[in-house]
Ligand binder design. Structure first.
Ligand SMILES: NC(=O)c1ccc[n+]([C@@H]2O[C@H](COP(=O)([O-])OP(=O)(O)OC[C@H]3O[C@@H](n4cnc5c(N)ncnc54)[C@H](O)[C@@H]3O)[C@@H](O)[C@H]2O)c1
Length: 311
């Protein structure tokens, strides 16, 4: 029995693989290195026992023939689907391309899961499905109102998960991540790239720019918690067909983020440089995570100030 991960060379996918491999599970991963890295695959290949438990194929999720070969070759029971163009900006610049990966690629994974009687598919969705819906905190019943092709593509992915569950009986779960951060994050990430930028500059004693008053806030969730929530969503009974908002429910302002990282590097004299707020920046984002706590029995969220220390 194996776990299949698309986007395994990426930030979150590599953490799910790490968690599974460290528990002695078998993992088959694919990625086309669009934004994932060979370094993440090297890291996974060097985990104790990975020589026999981890296999990687550089495959594009739009290539259903090559994916089918993998499903034929391995006894895959569970699918984590993370492979995606994880960029709002890219989806605005090139919606046809981003749709081909985020929607058609997702459909390919579901078709193969149907054909090979996969037990469950856990899909990485995004808080981007809420778009400009103003009410906080956001839960699974909040209105979805995407403001980008990316947000719509994730929402369509969720709808496909739902319909494959209803029509074909495949167990599917969609996880709407808020701002995931942690080790191995790409500094250009639109989600938590601000953390890497602040880390990089403040460490060197350089000042950082903060857009607006710095009181805009986010719900930053630690990547190792997200990996555990994925595994729980895969293995728990009675969650098929469900959606979960994946955040901590806690918020951190950009200004607080600055102070936390400033303290981390003992740069007490450093002050931020406030610049004009950016158009279209979401001011506030916060999840209601009670469903994760109640249905996935996950309540051990890493405090932001502790997670930051691991970077
Ligand atoms: N990081 C966050 O805060 C966040 C928030 C919401 C949703 N998500 C979603 O979580 C998932 C993982 O995000 P991440 O932060 O790890 O981003 P990431 O860019 O590190 O991971 C995505 C992976 O998918 C791979 N990929 C892209 N196109 C592919 C294709 N055609 N075939 C095969 N692989 C392909 C990339 O190379 C990359 O390794 C994505 O689906 C993303 O949309 C992330």
């Amino acid at each position: 029995m194996s776990f299949f991960i698309t986007g395994v060379a990426g930030f979150i996918g590599s953490h799910i693989a790490e968690e599974l491999l460290k528990s002695g599970e078998k993992v088959v991963g694919v990625d086309n290195f669009y934004s994932g890295t060979r370094a993440n695959i090297d890291f996974l290949e060097n985990i104790n026992g990975a020589d026999k438990n981890f296999v990687f194929y550089p495959i594009d999720i739009r290539d259903s023939d090559r994916l089918e070969d993998i499903f034929k070759r391995y006894q895959i029971s569970y699918v984590f689907h993370l492979g995606a163009i994880a960029s709002v900006q890219k989806s605005i610049d090139d919606p046809v391309f981003s749709n081909s990966v985020n929607v058609v690629g997702t459909l390919n994974i579901l078709e193969l899961s149907k054909k090979f009687n996969i037990k469950r598919v856990v899909f990485s969705s995004s808080a981007a499905v809420y778009g400009d819906e103003p009410n906080l905190p956001k839960n699974e019943l909040s209105k979805t109102s995407p403001i980008s092709p990316y947000g719509y593509e994730k929402l369509i992915g969720e709808y496909y998960m739902n319909i494959y569950n209803k029509l074909y009986g495949i167990e599917t779960v969609s996880l709407r991540y808020f701002n995931v951060y942690g080790e191995r994050q790409d500094p250009s990430s639109e989600y938590s790239g601000v953390i890497s930028i602040f880390e990089d500059k403040i460490k060197k004693g350089k000042t950082v720019n903060i857009y607006g008053d710095g009181l805009q806030y986010r719900d930053f969730v630690y990547v190792k918690d997200v990996a555990k929530i994925n595994i729980s969503a895969m293995l728990k009974d009675d969650v098929a067909g469900e959606i979960f908002a994946v955040g901590t429910g806690e918020t951190t302002t950009i200004l607080q983020l600055f102070y936390i990282i400033r303290d981390k590097y003992n740069q007490k004299d450093l002050e931020p440089n406030f610049i004009k707020a950016r158009n279209g920046d979401i001011r506030e984002s916060r999840s209601d995570n009670s469903k994760i706590v109640n249905k996935l029995a996950f309540n051990n969220f890493t405090k932001f100030s502790n997670g930051i220390m691991n970077l």
